[in-house]
Write a protein that binds this ligand. Structure first.
Ligand code: ARG
Length: 575
């Protein structure tokens, strides 16, 4: 089947061509296409070109609109066209075209989403916690937001490489090595490895502040590690293994999966070459014994690429990483997801990589840190919250809700449902806000059954599914496909129009790296569905109308399920 193009695209092509044939617009830059209206009173799409063309055409906008409407011949999917206000041109789609489109959605595995990524690779660098340290709130947000972006790109046909760029290299490993040999508690390591590794590090660090010999020993151990000493290497690998194992239990619960776990150390061998390249291109220069790249012309502070002690920096590793990724994957773009505090770092190495002529489209998606009001988490320490405990609490609270709403369910079902709701609630809170605005987490909001929350959408989905089930029980012999979708009532129409906009919501969420655009869409859709459900009869409607509505229901359920799954949120048919 030919891919479904959206009404927005079809209409935009049409208005652009029609404008050009009615007026002489040889070299105009004005956008001649349409955009969705936000009030159905003004039709389904609007074109604002008349206002913007007024100066070039030396005519009043309304007159331009008038001439356009009189001269243009409407495409068959447009019912009528109206002029409003200062010169908006409003388009009303025909019910037949809407019906047909929604019916096509029903059988399209991509739900109308264009496979623009076919043949293209995107590397997404997200989560990326540091070995031997607990994930902080920034890593958690990176995991949830990065994973939604990952899913959105895959759904659009991109070959996505999800790469967990672990912080597994650096001077701290000298302290870790001697700390481990002196302070490690085997039992604690089994119980909570990362926590124990962190404790060891802190103890070793504190000792180094008072004890010069300790400091020197740590340095010596680091040098041995860097030179490939077998024993130190093995221990360092153990730190990584223990950390990844623990991170994985969290990824498992969050249903997050990586294609690669290439830590910073993976790029070590490339660092001297990168320095050489920077020097050859005349980009790096000595300054106080260090090697730096001057970024003054880009309005940024200098970037140190090699410290005076010969060690390399975070930026050097990131440059080598870009080089390696470009070589190996020829990606269409590389997307990095971190908290706002790293903006300068990314701007700096993006700019250097451009100067080096590296062919890569680099994107930094940053987000603010979530505010955790005091007393929200019993498990909170500073910026570090114990994620496992947070997820446990979410599931426990969800289980209370489920026990009340679905007392007839078996305990096993209740737990399964509570897991979907609890984890969904945490993710949705993160994803439903503009990533760059300050988010305050509260349990009331996350688990609010009436508001913009995961449970609200999950319940909406289950209610839709149950309508469909009831229909099957009452009319077991009906073939839905014998009855076409037929949009008539205003509220049906509103629902259909919203469904046709799913592809646009996906595109916009992905291209702006803002999953909240999709979350908003799904919330609106669920609300429109609920007024549809309350205002028209379903099972009691006459034959034909009934089937059409059931099919409309089914498409709504499909879109909701798919949309939530792109946010990494699970749905259940029964709640
Ligand atoms: N490990 C870093 C941190 O915890 C994040 C790494 C982000 N990715 C990158 N390529 N720099 O802050």
């Amino acid at each position: 089947m030919q891919s479904l193009s959206t009404f927005e695209e079809r209409l935009s092509v049409w208005t652009t061509n029609a404008m050009r044939s009615v007026f002489d617009l040889a070299d105009t830059e004005v956008h001649l296409g349409v955009s969705p209206t936000n009030n159905e009173k003004f039709g389904d799409y609007q074109c604002n070109a008349a206002m913007e063309l007024a100066r070039a055409l030396k005519k009043a906008p309304r007159q331009i609109a008038q001439e356009f409407v009189e001269a243009a011949e409407l495409p068959d999917f447009v019912e009528k066209i109206e002029i409003a206000g200062p010169g908006f041109i409003n388009f009303f789609l025909t019910n037949a075209a809407l019906s047909e489109y929604v019916q096509a959605l029903e059988s399209d595995p991509h739900l109308g989403v264009e496979q623009v990524g076919e043949g293209k690779t995107v590397v997404i660098d997200y989560s990326s916690p540091n070995v031997a340290k607990p994930m902080h709130i920034g890593h958690i947000r990176s995991t949830v937001i990065g994973n939604a972006i990952d899913r959105l790109f895959r759904f659009r046909g991109f070959n996505v490489i999800a790469d967990n760029h672990l912080g597994d290299w650096g001077t701290q490993f000298g302290l870790m090595l001697i700390g481990f040999r002196n302070f490690a508690d085997e039992a604690a390591l089994k119980e909570a490895p990362v926590e124990e590794l962190e404790r060891i590090y802190v103890a070793s660090y504190n000792r180094s502040k008072e004890d010069e010999t300790w400091r020197d020993q740590a340095k010596a151990e680091l040098v041995k590690l860097q030179q490939g000493d077998a024993e130190n290497r093995a221990l360092w690998e153990k730190f990584i293994e223990l950390s990844i194992e623990e991170f994985n239990t969290i990824y498992e619960r969050l249903d997050v999966h990586f294609d690669l776990y290439r830590g910073e150390s993976f790029y070590n061998d490339r660092l001297p070459g990168m320095i050489q390249l920077l020097e050859e291109k005349g980009l790096a220069k000595e300054s106080d014994g260090a090697l730096i790249v001057d970024l003054e012309e880009d309005g940024m502070p200098i970037c140190i690429v090699r410290k005076s002690d010969g060690g390399f920096n975070y930026a050097t590793t990131d440059l080598a990483t870009v080089e390696a990724r470009v070589e190996e994957f020829s990606p269409d773009r590389i997307i990095y997801v971190t908290d706002e505090r790293q903006q300068l770092h990314f701007r700096q190495f993006f700019s250097i990589s451009k100067k080096l002529g590296m062919e890569a489209n680099l994107v930094h998606v940053w987000f603010g840190l979530m505010r955790l009001p005091e007393a929200t988490f019993s498990t909170r320490e500073g910026n570090v919250i114990k994620l496992a405990a947070l997820l446990d609490e979410a599931e426990a609270r969800a289980l209370e809700m489920v026990k009340k709403s679905s007392p007839e369910m078996s305990e096993e079902q209740q737990k399964d449902l509570a897991k979907a709701i609890g984890i969904g609630a945490i993710k949705y809170t993160d994803l439903s806000q503009n990533p760059q605005s300050l988010v305050t987490f509260t349990w009331e909001k996350a688990l609010n059954m009436e508001g913009n929350s995961a449970p609200y959408l999950q319940y909406a989905y289950a209610r839709i599914s149950s309508v469909y089930d009831k229909y099957h029980v009452q009319y077991p012999d009906m073939e839905l496909s014998d009855h076409p979708i037929h949009i008539e009532q205003a509220i049906e129409r509103k629902l259909a129009v919203k469904l046709t906009r799913f592809p646009t919501a996906i595109q916009s969420a992905a291209e702006n790296y803002r999953p909240n655009i999709l979350a908003d869409y799904l919330y609106d859709l669920a609300q429109i569905y609920s007024s549809f459900y309350q205002n028209v009869p379903f099972l009691k409607a006459e034959e034909g109308v009934r089937e059409s509505r059931i099919r409309l229901c089914r498409v709504t359920a499909k879109v909701l399920k798919q949309g939530l799954s792109l946010l990494g949120i699970e749905t259940r048919e029964r709640i």
